[in-house]
Design a protein around this ligand. Structure first.
Ligand code: PMV
Length: 315
């Protein structure tokens, strides 16, 4: 058997969202974003030489026994293999590529960020072995951005800021515990690539860049000193993104009755206790909760509650 090369990628959850692009080719974001890297939601990519003159794919979006990845996501993956081969001077070679997520894909858990990071890292391992040199970490992150914009943030932790061509790790004095409530894991009807295009028709996109930058500054301050304010900023921010979706022409959206029910319960619990987790959502129906490490007991109570009703993935 020939040599094998491995790459691991992580998901991330944006607290300040990336939505809308300045340029689609390089996935240049319209606005600054801030995320938290979810290193328990992973993709593992394994690369081997192909026995034929064609690439062979085995893409498993939700564990090794899951169905194969859907056609749109598979195409995004295989197109990005071509980009990476060119970048890493591996154009004349063919590979057998296996990719497995340990969480459901295509439903708002940033699986493309983690899978395209893992793919970049696996092909980079091959490049290193073949060319005896390395591509710097930031350059690999920006390369991965071409496959999925948000994947560039997954290269940095615990927090990551992506601002133009800069992606940096940010250390804030708060450790977080994560949980995602999977209310629906059907592949979403509008992919994030389509969402980035469709929000161009929303009048609310006009001031989005300034709004995101202002909120990011406020959030960084609040995460260090005012948790309730941090919750309010995160809440306003995910509704802002979902507002862009619903004010596009024609409108589209990801929130069903079940998501709204959970959100309502979380808001009521905050009102009652004046405390709780940060709540946020990606472009999907599922709900992410982030707790401070000293809220471990509350995290546990929430886990018991939500686990009894929905599938949950947690740190
Ligand atoms: O990474 P992309 O190009 O698929 O864009 C996804 C962006 C969101 O996940 C919807 C928001 C974000 O900032 O992560």
């Amino acid at each position: 058997m020939g040599a094998t090369y491995q790459g691991v990628g992580f998901s991330n959850i944006a607290l300040i969202k990336y939505m809308g692009k300045k340029s689609s080719k390089l996935n240049q974001a319209l606005n600054v974003s801030l995320s938290y890297t979810l290193d328990h939601l992973q993709t593992h990519v394994l690369l081997e030489d192909s026995p034929t003159d064609a690439d062979i794919y085995n893409l498993k979006p939700d564990g090794p026994d899951s169905e194969s990845l859907g056609p749109e996501a598979s195409l995004k993956f295989s197109r990005f293999v071509e980009v990476l081969k060119k970048e890493f001077q591996l154009e004349s070679q063919f590979f057998k590529i296996s990719s497995v997520n340990n969480f459901p894909s295509d439903c708002g858990l940033a699986s493309s960020a983690s899978s395209l990071m893992a793919l970049t890292e696996a092909l980079h391992e091959k490049y290193k072995a073949q060319h005896q040199k390395e591509i710097p970490h930031l350059d690999r992150a920006l390369l991965s951005r071409q496959g999925s914009g948000s994947s560039c943030r997954s290269f940095f932790k615990p927090f990551s800021i992506w601002d133009g061509d800069q992606v940096t790790a940010v250390n804030l004095p708060v450790e977080l515990l994560h949980m995602v409530i999977v209310v629906d894991k059907k592949p979403k009807a509008v992919s994030s690539t389509q969402a980035h295009q469709r929000v161009q028709s929303s009048l609310l996109l006009k001031d989005r860049e300034q709004r995101a930058r202002m909120r990011m500054g406020q959030l960084i301050g609040a995460l260090q000193s005012d948790w309730k304010k941090a919750f309010e900023i995160c809440w306003a921010e995910f509704w802002d993104m979902h507002g862009l979706f619903e004010t596009s022409m024609p409108p589209f959206g990801y929130l069903g009755a079940e998501s709204l029910k959970v959100l309502e319960e979380l808001r009521q619990s905050w009102e009652l206790n004046q405390d709780g987790p940060l709540v946020t959502m990606d472009a999907g129906p599922n709900i992410h909760l982030l707790f401070r490490s000293d809220q471990k007991e509350l995290w546990n109570q929430n886990l018991q509650l939500w686990k009894s009703r929905y599938e949950c993935h947690h740190s």
